[in-house]
Write a new protein. Sequence first.
Length: 263
Amino acid sequence: MQLASAAVFPMVLKSAVELDLLEIMAKAGPGAFISPSELAAQLPSKNPEAPVMLDRMFRLLATCSVLNCTLTTLYDVRVERLYSLPQYHLTDAVLDGGVPFNKAYGMTTFEYHGTDPRFNKVFNRAMSDITTMSMKKILEDYKGFEGLNSIVDVGGGTGATMNMIVSKYPSIKGINFDLPHVIKDAPAYPGVEQVGGDIFVRSPDTSAATKSKVHGDIMMLAYNPGGKERTEKEFEALAKGVGFSGFRKACCAYHTWVMELNK
């Protein structure tokens, strides 16, 4: 069904652009909601069905996150949908610099996690589940943890990765390091010390460090200062540029590469 109707979204978006609907909405101001009737009144059309047709188009665009949608109750108890443009701030970031997420919310993504306990819990669970799938495969193929005395997982979330490593290699002292609001909800794992802090201020002493990341390139651009996906050569240049003498690809587990950086 999705394949059969694949042409619908680009067709509706093309029509919205041709009718200049997004520009009309932008002129209403940042975050302003506008009804299909108000939009139809600004079109060079006398079609009485235009508001209904626009509403049906906008519902689709809203489900695809092109628009925001909210409901309002009219005086005669009828319900009307209002629409607005999302504040992505990607254009502002390109022109003025900065991080789009920070511009939209006035704080970094990790600071936002600390203000929304529900979102923080969902995010940490998602990261834990994704990591678990990758680490099962990594621990089957990768032997780089053998012989290590201690490992710190930098930005390790609630500790799922470190728990899996220590469970296979009990002689390793595991340290899971993340922001305090993340560690606050982290479970206790045998052999794993949960440490809260900021990696840009201080990091625990250890013989090895691990870091996993699952963001796409555009997500990194929107949410993280300087974050992006990198090629092998870019990772090698980054590693050697900050003082690591050795770099190698060790193995790949699904979408996750294991890389070793040596001092």
